[in-house]
Ligand binder design. Structure first.
Ligand code: NAD
Ligand code: WQD
Length: 342
């Protein structure tokens, strides 16, 4: 049985990926410092798969804690690196925390992989590296745009670190997946997104408003160049994103990658407006959402969506779930964690 280390594996995307990896026959080891998640997701993963992944509480940016972990497992040949701080606004307030946490973690892992004779790493990158693209949809060769936040910058720098390290270390292979906007939860409602405090992201804000925790959703901007004036993003189901990691890992293990380091866009390939999300949510949940339209949010881009041809042809990945299914799963998860009967 192949073992894979998931850093940040108790978090939103990591926990869904753990389920898909276990289903695909991997032994999963999770390391997380629980800065933005709880061990409850380990229970959720076990309830879905009937297999309990190993869990180690440790900080990936602490080298000695990572050395202990690698020693315990005799190294790792496959790593999926999710662990990162991800709040864009907070990163502007605390740049050093973000650079240190997000980049030192990656450097530690690469160093340990190198010392251990190499291996495969899948990295969580983001569409944020494209900024506001000049041409849509964006392909993997679309240019990097200057990051508007330290968080965004950590993703661009992390890709550079991976590319430059892999270029001179044949034994390490890597894939960066540039996620667009993952939403929703596992259909079992055993795991899902659990933002601490007031959510920054659209879908958790919608579900929390619908359940009554938030009074109303504010829609940021109605003067964008789109069919209804609200901003366009590429939303897709988190379970589809989780499956992309399994395919990326297999590609690396089977050395099907063409170069040592590759990047792939992962999204639905379609721009959807905020109002379309609201209307679709109302349809699938049967709840009328309280919302108001306010001014644009500082730092927001107008529109971005992915060209996913490369992931389709090279990894054999495509979205399987609809927007309706993704939003319904987000709603079922919100109801489950707030113990509301449907
Ligand atoms: P999340 O916060 O739910 O998960 C990240 C996990 O990493 C958390 O459980 C947190 O406790 C852990 N963590 C953070 N720093 C750590 C450290 N130093 N050591 C150990 N654990 C640490 O976030 P997520 O949405 O699941 O995101 C996973 C990855 O995907 C992140 O790298 C994020 O930047 C990236 N990403 C997310 C999105 C999105 O929309 N959610 C989009 C693009 C990229
Ligand atoms: C989506 C749309 C908002 C909340 C974030 C990160 C980015 C990347 C992807 C990680 C926008 C609007 C939102 C609300 C709203 N993540 N909105 N009212 O902006 O694509 O970016 O996720 O790498 O780095 O910044 O996602 O969910 O925050 O917003 O109107 O209360 O919903 O203005 O148009 P976004 P989001």
């Amino acid at each position: 049985m192949k073992t894979v280390l998931l850093t940040g594996g108790t978090g939103y995307i990591g926990s869904h990926t753990a389920v898909e990896l276990i289903d695909a026959g991997y032994k999963v080891v999770i390391v997380d410092n629980l800065s933005n998640s709880t061990v409850d997701s380990i229970d959720g993963i076990e309830r879905i798969t009937r297999v309990r992944p190993d869990f180690v509480k440790a900080n990936c940016s602490n080298l000695s804690e990572m050395e202990d972990l690698f020693r315990k497992y005799d190294g790792f040949k496959s790593i999926i690196h999710f662990a990162a701080l991800k709040a864009v606004g907070e990163s502007v307030e605390k740049p050093l925390e973000y650079y240190s946490n997000n980049l030192v973690s990656l450097i530690n892992l690469l160093q340990l992989m190198k010392n251990g004779g190499g291996g495969n790493i899948v990295f969580s990158s983001s569409c944020t590296v494209y900024g506001q693209p000049d041409i849509l949809p964006v392909t993997e060769t679309s240019p990097y745009k200057p990051a508007t936040s330290p968080y965004g910058n950590t993703k661009k720098i992390a890709e550079d670190i991976l590319r430059e390290t892999i270029n001179v270390n044949d034994s390490i292979r890597g894939i960066a997946l540039r996620y667009f906007n993952p939403i929703g939860a596992h259909p079992s409602a055993e795991i899902g997104e659990l933002p601490l405090g007031k959510p920054d992201n659209l879908v958790p804000f919608i579900t929390q408003t619908a359940i009554g925790i938030r009074e109303k959703l504010q829609i940021f901007g109605s003067d964008y160049d789109s069919q209804d004036g609200t901003a366009l993003r590429d939303y897709f189901h988190v379970v589809d994103l989780a499956k992309a990691h399994v395919l990326a890992l297999k590609r690396l293990e089977e050395t099907r990658n063409k170069t040592g380091f590759e990047v792939f866009n992962v999204g639905a390939g379609k721009g959807i407006t905020v109002l379309e999300i609201v209307k679709t949510f109302e349809k699938v949940s049967g709840v009328k959402l309280n919302y108001e339209i306010v001014g644009r949010r500082a730092g927001d881009i107008e529109k971005v969506w992915a060209d996913t041809s490369l992931a389709n042809t090279e990894m054999g990945w495509k979205v399987e779930s609809t927007l309706e299914e993704a939003l319904l799963s987000a709603w079922n998860w919100e109801k489950k964690i707030r113990q509301v009967k449907s």
